[in-house]
Design a protein around this ligand. Structure first.
Ligand SMILES: [Zn+2]
Length: 285
C-alpha cells in the first residue's frame, strides 16, 4: 500500500470511529453530492443533453443554470422548461452518494442542512430532519409574493410537463396564486424567494438541533460544498468545529483546500471523489 493509500485508509477508519462514538451528526450537503451521481444541473451535462435538446435548439441555452435565468418571451415557454425540470427531479431516484450517506447515519441522531434544491435528500431522509435555506422544487409560492404560504408543486408541474408541446405549455395550466391571481414561482432561491414561516420553521429546527448538541460529541460532515455560498455551511461549520469542545469536522470535496492550522486536531479534510469516500464509509456499516 502506498503512503497515499495508507493515509486514505487511516482517514476512513478515523471517520468511522468518530461517527460510531458521536452523540449527534450534522450534515452539510451541497451540489458536489449530486454531480457525483451525474446529476449535473449547472453545465452542458449528459442530463441536459438527454432531456433538454429541444430547449437548446429553440433558445441556444446549454445547461439548467442558463435555462433557469433565460429571458423567455412568454410564460408558456418558461413553464415548459420549469415544469420539465421539476418533473425530472421528482422522477429521478436517489443517487448512490445519498444512499451511502443514508446507510452511514440513518441509525444516528442527525440533522441535515443543504443548499441543494433537487429533492435528493428528501427522497431518503425525513423532512423533519432537513433544513432547506435555498428552498426546494417540491413547492410553489406566489411570485410577488403577496402572501406567506408555499404549495405542493408535484401535480401542477407534472400536468404542465405532460401537456407541453414544442417548448410551450397551455396557458390555462400556468399556476396562479389563489390570493392575487398572479403567477406562481418555484420555491427556490431567487429575487422573489419567500423567506416566510415555512422557511423560518426549517431554520428553527436546525438551530434547535445545534443548541441541543453543542456540548456533546458532534461530528460535522461537509459534503461537496463549493465556493458559491460559503456563509450557509462552510463558515458556520468551521466556526462551530473550532468553538465547540467535543466537535469534529469531516470535509469531503474534490479540490478542497487544506485544513487551517487552528483546526488541525479537530478535522479531516479529504480532497477526494465524494462517491468513492461515501461508498467506502458505508461499507463499514
Ligand atoms: Zn399572490
Amino acid at each position: 500500500m502506498s503512503q497515499i493509500q495508507q493515509q486514505y485508509q487511516d482517514n476512513i477508519n478515523t471517520i468511522i470511529q468518530k461517527i460510531k462514538e458521536a452523540d449527534a451528526i450534522i450534515v452539510g450537503g451541497a451540489s458536489g453530492m449530486s454531480t457525483a451521481n451525474g446529476h449535473d444541473f449547472y453545465n452542458h451535462s449528459k442530463y441536459w443533453i438527454d432531456n433538454f435538446s429541444e430547449f437548446e435548439k429553440n433558445y441556444g441555452i446549454r445547461g439548467n443554470f442558463e435555462a433557469l435565468y433565460y429571458k423567455y418571451k412568454t410564460s408558456e415557454e418558461r413553464w415548459a422548461y420549469l415544469s420539465k425540470h421539476c418533473t425530472l427531479m421528482f422522477d429521478t431516484p436517489p443517487g448512490q452518494t445519498y444512499m451511502d450517506l443514508h446507510k452511514l447515519i440513518k441509525d444516528k441522531n442527525y440533522f441535515i442542512i443543504t443548499t441543494n434544491q433537487d429533492m435528493q435528500f428528501s427522497k431518503l431522509f425525513s423532512e423533519e430532519k432537513i433544513c432547506l435555506p435555498q428552498g426546494d422544487a417540491h413547492w410553489l409560492q406566489c411570485a410577488k409574493p403577496c402572501h406567506d404560504k408555499v404549495y405542493p408543486a408535484e401535480d401542477i408541474v407534472r400536468n404542465m410537463a405532460t401537456s407541453a408541446k414544442d417548448t410551450r405549455v397551455p396557458t390555462e395550466l400556468i399556476p396562479r396564486c389563489p390570493m392575487c391571481g398572479g403567477e406562481m414561482e418555484p420555491w427556490i432561491r431567487s429575487f422573489v424567494f419567500l423567506e416566510g414561516e415555512f422557511w423560518e420553521d426549517g431554520l428553527n429546527k436546525y438551530r434547535t438541533f445545534l443548541a441541543e448538541n453543542s456540548n456533546k460529541k458532534v461530528v460535522f460532515i461537509e459534503l461537496g460544498v463549493g465556493p458559491m455560498t460559503p456563509n450557509i455551511i462552510k463558515y458556520p461549520f468551521t466556526q462551530m468545529a473550532y468553538n465547540w469542545p467535543n466537535a469534529f469536522l469531516v470535509r469531503i470535496n474534490k479540490g478542497e483546500d487544506t485544513t487551517p492550522d487552528y483546526l488541525i486536531n479537530k478535522t479531516i479534510t479529504m480532497d477526494a471523489d465524494i462517491a468513492q469516500v461515501l461508498s467506502d464509509l458505508a461499507s463499514h456499516m
